[in-house]
Write a protein that binds this ligand. Structure first.
Ligand SMILES: [Zn+2]
Length: 72
């Protein structure tokens, strides 16, 4: 019986294989036995830290081309 190493990216809420999320590159966690509660505040902090620096994270930041001069 092969156990699939399905990983879960909390940032994207996606399931995939491999240590890192293919979408945002964040470190994914094993989706098997949950070690932490889904509402664990530590999980949120961890997620934010891991997601920081990813494309998704960078995309969420205000960019100079996104109303930098404040002239809609
Ligand atoms: Zn992701």
């Amino acid at each position: 019986m092969v156990r699939t190493k399905l990983q879960h990216c909390k940032a994207c809420d996606l399931y995939a294989l491999g240590p890192n999320c293919k979408a945002c590159g964040a470190l994914m966690v094993s989706s098997a036995p949950l070690k932490y509660s889904p509402e664990d505040p530590q999980g949120k902090r961890r997620r934010e830290r891991e997601n920081a620096g990813s494309d998704e994270w960078a995309d969420s930041l205000p960019s100079p081309s996104d109303g930098g001069d404040n002239s809609e």
